[in-house]
Design a protein around this ligand. Structure first.
Ligand code: SF4
Length: 276
């Protein structure tokens, strides 16, 4: 697999440029307000739709308007408030656990101290919370603090596997940590957002639209699938090749495909460009 991922920095630069040519360069708005609330939103975004995440957050905010009130909530009451977002028990536990740890460590509900930490230490601190993984931590570090963290969700994982930028067996965490140092300065946010957009609109889990993809010239999977003979009634070579790859990709990932979710959007409730 070593040869597959060789030259990652240059390939990522190329990918980023091609995506920017198709989609533009999305602006990343680094918000200054309340990373703790953003951590709560990001936990709520796990394995659900953007709409249900927002509904869950609205219910939570209405019932527990302040962080001390939220931290003091009974787990069953919090579960009830966020039930619409799914996985309520696990998410309530993660939220309450994170708030308790922050309070214990800092004497209040602030994560501002992370701003002065090296990225790896800040990530290590956040992932020491139960229920907070690399993806959630990276979303927070990128969108709340402007750190060069690279969140990888299932869309980014699928696309980068097909591009041969990470091994087919990579997990979300492994892919994030292995890609991150190779992403160009200032490119972590725009590349993350554009890969998600590509994954949703073009490099879909099933029947990727390789012939229309801006990355076809640099994608081994796309080149294979567009060269493969059509098998009849399948929508063409790209569709056939895409399906075979999808099987391999799923086999290599313990996470499967999402109902829908994007890390960045998880951190951007209400469809705004920034975390509120
Ligand atoms: Fe995905 Fe096909 Fe584009 Fe490769 S060429 S990134 S497989 S859509």
């Amino acid at each position: 697999m070593a040869e597959v991922v060789r030259g990652r920095s240059a390939r990522l630069r190329k990918v980023s440029g091609l995506l920017a040519g198709r989609f533009g360069r999305p602006e990343i708005c680094i918000h200054e307000t309340d990373p703790v609330r953003n951590l709560v939103v990001t936990i709520l975004s796990q394995n659900t739709t953007d709409a249900n995440r927002d509904r869950a957050y609205d219910c939570l905010a209405k019932r527990f308007p302040t962080l001390p009130a939220l931290a003091a909530a009974r787990p069953s009451d919090l579960e009830e408030a966020i039930r619409v977002g799914g996985l309520a028990k696990a998410k309530a536990k993660a939220i309450l656990g994170a708030l308790a740890r922050i309070r214990e460590d800092r004497g209040g509900y602030s994560l501002a101290f992370l701003r002065g930490m090296p990225l790896s230490e800040a990530r290590e601190y956040l992932t020491s919370f139960p229920g907070v993984g690399v993806k959630t931590a990276n979303i927070l570090l990128l969108f709340s603090f402007g750190m060069p963290a690279f969140p990888v969700d299932t869309h980014v994982l699928r696309v980068t596997k097909r591009l041969g930028l990470v091994p087919g067996t990579s997990t979300l965490s492994k892919a994030a940590l292995s890609l991150e140092p190779h992403v160009g300065t200032g490119d972590h946010g725009p590349l993350h957002l554009n890969l998600i957009r590509l994954g949703r609109e073009v490099c879909r889990p099933r029947n990727p639209l390789c012939a229309e993809c801006p990355l076809l010239t640099v994608c081994p999977e796309g080149k294979r699938s567009t060269k493969a003979p059509a098998t009849g009634g399948s929508g063409g070579a790209a569709a056939g090749g895409g399906r075979s790859e999808v099987k391999r990709s799923r086999a290599g990932s313990p996470h499967g495909e999402p109902r829908t979710e994007s890390p960045s959007e998880a951190a951007q409730p209400k469809g705004k460009g920034c975390i509120a």
